[in-house]
Design a protein around this ligand. Structure first.
Ligand code: UD1
Length: 436
């Protein structure tokens, strides 16, 4: 099992290229099931989660060819000429919750799908009820049997419908958006998620011949088509990776330029960070960020669906606030159990009190290196940030979480001067856990 060994105290200086978004790439890969024509995705990140989704698509019969791009990222051709299996087995689905995104496309194209329930999750109870209720509105008959969702369409083809989501769900919006593209007639998704990854998916579906309006707003209208065709689509830059490195630069008192990214993806985050004393200059395709060490100020934050402050940056922001001047109240409204980084940060000297869904962070002068481990992807990276700001050496264990969502993390940070290395130990890795 690998670990990271990090010696803190070096301000990050240099350039970091941002990869394509994992959370956009995963639904885009699922969307390739909707057509018998080839779909090419460019700017694909090389990540463990992408491999997991690729393995799932393989067994559905999707043929795949990968080529590296000179400028980073990968170009991958997907061709779902025929669907060989409409079952997504437990062994592949349990590794990653986003596997449930094959349900909508399989059902829409084949009239049936059997998909394992994703199971428990480290950051709270995350049901898929909204996905299932929505598909039922489009005419699917859905049953749960032996840990599997068994869905079928008696008439063979989904029909249009009006789906009102009681809470905003990124995954349910994506599943329904994809399914509705091949349904008979018009569908309307109300209280839909507005995340940039949804807009990216809609743009790819439109390039494939879908008729969609209102993506990026909370009401999406889809006119179903008999068939979709092929397309070439570039994956949107990863806003969570961008935000993570912005905070990495800030916490080390560094000066970093983030390239291959886009401004406008993180407006609410940048507003808060500027208030906290971080300098951010937004160019068209790059962002420059700098901060004075010891010059950060405590600011309150509440996580919300887009365009609010993303839950996927909450842990990193908490690390930043742990060395700010003054206090910060951080409230998590999306997931009920997403403070697992708190005890680990406390081991490094952070002063944080959790009460229900809020954490009161009182800034300390310094963090101190310690052995730490984390239980989900974003919590892990928050510990990497803490380690880079801390005095002395920190060991971050269980870094297989990081491999799921951060491409070339060690290389990108070392290129900016961070003292970080990956060490392979011989101990057996624990069973992989499902996280965001
Ligand atoms: C996606 C992201 C994840 C991010 C999250 C919220 C991907 C692959 N993952 O996850 O990184 O943290 O959005 O921005 O894109 N819910 C239900 N029933 C459902 C579905 C969701 O109650 O059927 C609840 C969840 O428990 C949660 C909230 O809705 O409290 C939002 O979850 P959702 O937006 O669906 O998250 P994911 O799509 O799983």
């Amino acid at each position: 099992m690998d670990k990271l060994v990090i010696r803190g105290g070096t301000p990050l200086k240099g350039q970091i290229p941002i990869s394509g978004a994992k959370n956009a790439a995963l639904p885009l890969m699922a969307a390739t099931l909707l057509t018998d024509q080839p779909v090419t995705l460019t700017n694909m990140p090389k990540l463990a989660d992408i491999h997991s989704m690729a393995a799932l698509l393989d067994q559905h019969g999707v043929k795949r060819k990968t080529q590296d791009e000179a400028s980073g990222g990968q170009t991958v051709d997907f061709h779902a000429k025929t669907i060989e299996s409409t079952t997504a087995p437990y062994d592949l689905v349990r590794k990653m919750r986003a596997s449930v995104l094959v349900l909508g496309p399989l059902l829409a194209r084949e009239g049936q799908a059997t998909v394992s329930l994703p199971g428990g999750c480290a950051i709270g109870n995350r049901p898929v009820d909204l996905h299932l209720k929505g598909l039922a509105e489009l005419g699917a008959e859905v049953a749960l049997e032996g840990g599997y969702v068994k869905a079928q369409v008696p008439s063979g083809r989904l029909h249009g419908g009006r789906v009102v989501f009681p809470v905003v769900s990124v995954g349910a919006t994506e599943n329904l958006l994809m399914a509705a593209c091949l349904a008979d007639g018009e569908s309307i998704l109300v209280n839909a998620a507005r995340e940039p990854e949804i807009t990216d998916l809609a743009e790819c579906l439109i390039a494939m011949g879908a008729e969609i309006e209102g993506h990026g707003t909370d009401t999406i209208r889809i006119q179903g088509k008999d068939k979709l065709g092929g397309a070439v689509h570039k994956v949107v830059p990863d806003r969570i990776e961008t935000g993570t490195y912005v905070m990495a630069a800030a916490i080390t008192g560094g000066d970093v330029e983030l390239t291959n990214t886009r401004s406008g993806l993180l407006e609410s985050v940048f507003e808060i960070l500027r208030e906290a004393g971080v300098t951010i200059e937004e160019g068209e395709r790059s962002i420059r960020v700098s901060a004075k060490r010891g010059g950060l100020k405590g600011v309150d934050v509440m996580t919300e669906p887009f365009p609010g402050f993303p839950t996927d940056l909450q842990a990193q922001f908490m690390t930043l606030m742990s060395v700010a001047n003054g206090a910060s109240m951080i409230t998590e409204t999306i997931f009920e159990n997403r403070f697992m980084h708190v005890p680990e940060l406390a081991r490094m000297g952070a002063n944080i009190n959790v009460h229900h869904s809020s954490a009161l962070v009182r800034g300390v002068d310094r963090l101190i290196g310690a052995p730490v481990m984390a239980t989900d992807l974003r919590a892990s990276v928050s510990l990497v940030l803490a380690a880079m700001a801390a005095d002395g050496e920190t060991e971050v264990n269980r870094i297989y979480h990081l491999d799921r969502g951060y491409e070339n993390l060690v290389e990108k940070l070392s290129a900016c001067g961070a003292n970080i290395r990956r060490v392979t130990t011989n101990a057996d890795a624990p069973a992989e856990e499902e996280t965001v």
